[in-house]
Design a protein around this ligand. Structure first.
Ligand code: 13P
Length: 247
């Protein structure tokens, strides 16, 4: 199974549903539709209405983050996994570099993953090195640390997806070389096998993915799909990624 996940970040109002509608029409009719899943993570404000609208349709709706408490707490503006599930979210991202940059620690991330899984959300756990770490050839050790500090064997790996998003690639148009990415993805899968003692969960790539570079990624069979930022905000750009991947 392949995954095409769109992360809208701080984008979207109720009428932006037309973008998802177009993507859903393509997805519903695509002859390859059984080979992949499409998931979109709009901001919190749209999760309930979009989840209702797409309830019996192909696209799944997820959240971009969740708070590290299970149900209710006195943390202003926080949204828990239980609250997300109650409005129809099926997935949540955890550990996006935007949120790590704002102070998410490994301990917080572990609680987020644990409580999200406990509330039957599928988790897309994001990891990735920054520019300096890459320059100092620390990529593999950074990724190993990010994975082993948070993920545990007892977590249900069937509800877990890992997204590798090098920070230097997000929104910059810069992407790793095929060799780099193959090596990194194989490393991530090896670390995951070490944690789960079985097959690895799916591993996605994210960072400046678009319709023009996706064909290059398709050579790397270890990559199970993509987490897309900028190109998920326009139906044509997002559909082009799927079209060109299966061309
Ligand atoms: P871009 O596709 O805009 O580089 O964003 C990637 C990302 O951060 C998705 O979570």
């Amino acid at each position: 199974m392949r995954y095409f996940i769109g992360n809208w970040k701080m984008f979207g109002v109720p009428k932006s549903i037309s973008i998802l509608n177009k993507i859903n029409s393509y997805y519903s009719k695509d002859k390859n539709r059984n080979k992949y899943r499409v998931i979109m993570t709009p901001p919190y404000t749209l999760i309930e209405s979009y989840s209702k609208y797409f309830k019996n349709k192909k696209i799944s709706i997820g959240a971009q983050n969740c708070y590290q408490k299970e149900q209710f707490s006195s943390n202003t503006a926080a949204v828990s996994p239980y609250m997300l599930k109650s409005v129809g979210a099926k997935y949540t991202l955890v550990g996006h570099s935007d949120n790590r940059g704002e102070g998410d620690t490994d301990t917080m991330l572990k609680d987020k993953v644990r409580y999200a899984l406990k509330n039957n959300l599928k988790v897309v756990f994001c990891i990735g090195e920054n520019k300096t770490e890459k320059k100092n050839k620390k990529t593999l050790s950074v990724l190993k640390r990010q994975l082993t500090k948070v993920l545990e064997k007892k977590f249900n790996k069937n509800n877990l997806i890992v997204a590798y998003e090098p920070i230097w690639s997000i929104g910059t148009g810069k992407i790793p070389t095929t060799d780099e990415l193959k090596k990194t993805t194989i490393h991530i899968k090896k670390v995951l096998k070490g944690i789960f003692k079985k097959n690895s969960p799916a591993v996605l790539y994210g960072g400046s993915v678009d319709g023009s570079n996706v064909e290059m990624f398709k050579e790397i069979k270890e990559i199970d799909g993509f987490l897309v930022g900028g190109a998920s905000k326009t139906s044509k750009k997002f559909i082009d990624i799927i079209k060109n991947y299966y061309r």
